[in-house]
Ligand binder design. Structure first.
Ligand code: ADP
Ligand code: MG
Length: 577
């Protein structure tokens, strides 16, 4: 057997623990939700793996999570008969691995005020350590199926932990929290985590839809009855123990839409997807037909902190008749909608489908098409009916949609009306392409755009002068994906996009005829000057022209009609450095 050894937490984990122990004072009750959700995940895991390897169950498939408060020892115990962990898995999962989110979490907490802190915990998936908010000591006992020995892990959250092999009869994980002194005094009666009714309420609040029974013993004191069924008043009471299941386990999405409150949706969302904020939008649909399914999708209020760095995000949870199949199914939604969280429950999915098979599943493809449609429909409605909310959406996920326009050839057309841009029309407003074209003078043939790092940079472009003078609206592109998206679209409602710094502006039709004549005449008159400048700048510019695009500036640089735009040129030259 491996004997007891003391190890250090990885540095960032240490910081995180320190924060849990010393700095967080609000909302600490969520530790219970976090531990129950881990227990539920562990049961999901074994339930799923046992479909192909029945022996894992060791004859016990009555999955449950058990909560045991004990006043005599000041401990709260949470146990599950899930997958458990091997020795190496404990070392890896609890102590060594700094999750990708940990560092970012710490940075964010340092920057935020403390009241937001606990709310961030769930978001960053640092759940297990939240136990140290309420416990002065945490003991974890665990055994994976098929292992003869279990593992005992213990820590006071002070930078080190001990780990050793131990005996454990039952499969799964037991976590024993020795509660901090303050929870035992009457100082915070609402935070007495040994009180069964408080625990019961917390479980109702946070964990009602956990699909496995969360059980707790309630002790009933009853006086015996006489032969007529009447209570014998002067007898001493007998104690009976009643095991109650505290969660309803009915998945919310199977209920009728009209019977679900918004709060219930919100709780489910926060519970399943470990977010601390209400979602921006909920899309619940039941579909019958060629393929039958229920889907419940959410648009989170905020993109994850690393949303734009990560290759692909979480994806959709799959269920079949309320039974969890898998997490993070990415085949269901196109890449550009990867911010959507949610679940699909369909009797047509097979329970033991593998990820490989899933990719070829026709049912899944059909469901995916429908989901995409309904998300886009929801976004279109939002844009039309609740502009403020849509702009919130746009702020978070606009970049993903724009990326979709240039990276996803098939979706381009579906997405073009969801795009918003800054424009010269109004400083505080964003414009859709449709808004822009509605405001266009009839004889304007193209949609003008200008690129730069921000509004004031763009507005100082010499090329903007004439357009401003003529009152022609220009779309401003501040982000390189804006420009990629515009390039990919090429045109909108048969109006081509035209950069103000590329080639001829073709303003002549909108401009008065004299201006055109003027510039031709001017070119002739100034031929010697142009020639001189050309010679002087030879090799540095490809042409020199008299321009009608300037008002107060003397010169400006423009790109060829066919050439890449100036800002693109800047990006390319940066990349070559
Ligand atoms: P997350 O749940 O987001 O992965 P946690 O900090 O809550 O993060 O848990 C860390 C890891 O510890 C889990 O991913 C899992 O591998 C392991 N773990 C935690 N609790 C249990 C449990 N009850 N049974 C089995 N493994 C667990
Ligand atoms: Mg967790």
């Amino acid at each position: 057997a491996i004997s007891k050894q003391t190890r250090e937490f990885q540095a960032e984990t240490k910081q995180l623990l320190d924060l849990m122990v010393h700095s967080i004072y609000t909302n600490r009750e969520i530790f219970l939700r976090e531990l129950i959700s881990n227990a539920s995940d562990a049961i999901d895991k074994i339930r799923f793996e046992s479909l192909t390897n029945h022996a894992l169950l060791e004859g016990n498939s009555d999955f449950e999570i058990f909560i045991l408060p004990d006043e005599t020892t000041n401990t709260l115990t949470i146990s599950d008969n899930g997958m458990g962990m091997t020795f190496d898995e404990v070392v890896e999962n609890i102590g060594t691995i700094a999750k990708s989110g940990t560092k970012a979490f710490l940075d964010k907490v340092k920057a935020a005020n403390s009241s937001a802190d606990t709310e961030l915990i769930g978001q960053f998936g640092v759940g297990f350590y939240s136990a140290f908010m309420v416990a002065e000591k945490v003991v974890l006992l665990t055994r994976a199926p098929g292992q003869s020995k279990g593992v005992r892990w213990e820590s006071k959250g002070d930078g080190t932990y001990t780990i050793e092999e131990c005996d454990k009869d039952t499969r799964g994980t037991t976590i024993i929290l020795t509660l901090k002194e303050e929870y035992l005094s009457s100082e915070h009666p609402e935070e007495n985590f040994l009180n069964r009714y408080i625990l019961q309420n917390l479980i109702k609040k946070y964990s009602d839809y956990i699909r496995y029974p969360i059980k707790m013993n309630f002790v009933k004191e009853e006086k015996p009855l006489d032969a007529d069924g009447k209570v014998i008043e002067d007898a001493s009471p007998t104690q009976t123990i009643e095991v109650r299941t505290l969660n309803s386990m009915t998945p919310l999405w199977t209920k009728n839409k009209n019977d679900i409150t918004q709060e219930e949706y919100y709780q489910l969302y926060k519970n399943l997807f470990q977010d601390w904020q209400d979602p921006l939008e909920i899309i619940h649909s039941k579909v019958e037909g060629a393929v039958e399914y229920t889907s419940l999708l959410f648009i989170p209020a905020h993109a994850p902190f690393d949303f734009y760095q990560r290759e692909s995000a979480a994806g959709i949870r799959l269920y079949s008749k309320n039974v969890f199949i898998m997490d993070n199914c990415q085949e269901l939604l196109p890449e550009y909608l990867r911010f959507v969280r949610g679940l699909v429950d369909s009797p047509d999915f097979s329970l033991n489908i593998s990820r490989e098979l899933l990719q070829h599943s026709q049912q899944l493809k059909r469901v995916g098409k429908n989901l995409e449609k309904s998300v886009l429909k929801t976004l279109e409605n939002l844009l039309a009916k609740d502009r403020a909310k849509y702009e919130k959406f746009w702020q978070e996920y606009g970049k993903a949609i724009k990326t979709g326009v240039y990276a996803d050839y098939h979706s381009r057309d579906k997405l073009k009306d969801l795009l918003l841009f800054a424009s010269s029309h109004a400083a505080e407003e964003l414009t859709s392409l449709e808004d822009y074209t509605k405001r266009m003078p009839e004889n304007q043939k193209v949609i003008y755009y200008a690129t730069g790092k921000d509004r004031s940079t763009v507005e100082r472009l010499p090329q903007m002068e004439l357009l401003r003078e003529k009152g022609i609206e220009v779309i401003y592109l501040f982000d390189r994906v804006d420009e990629f998206a515009i390039d990919a679209l090429h045109e909108y409602k048969e109006k081509k996009f035209q950069s103000v710094s590329r080639g001829s502006l073709e303003l002549d039709d909108i401009a008065s005829p004299e201006t055109k004549k003027d510039s031709e005449e001017l070119s002739k008159e100034n031929e010697p000057l142009i020639k001189a400048i050309k010679e002087h700048l030879s090799g540095k510019v490809s042409d020199v022209k008299i321009s009608s695009r300037l008002k107060s500036s003397a010169v400006c640089l423009v790109s060829d009609d066919a050439g890449i735009s100036l800002s693109m040129e800047q990006i390319l030259s940066e990349m070559n450095k």
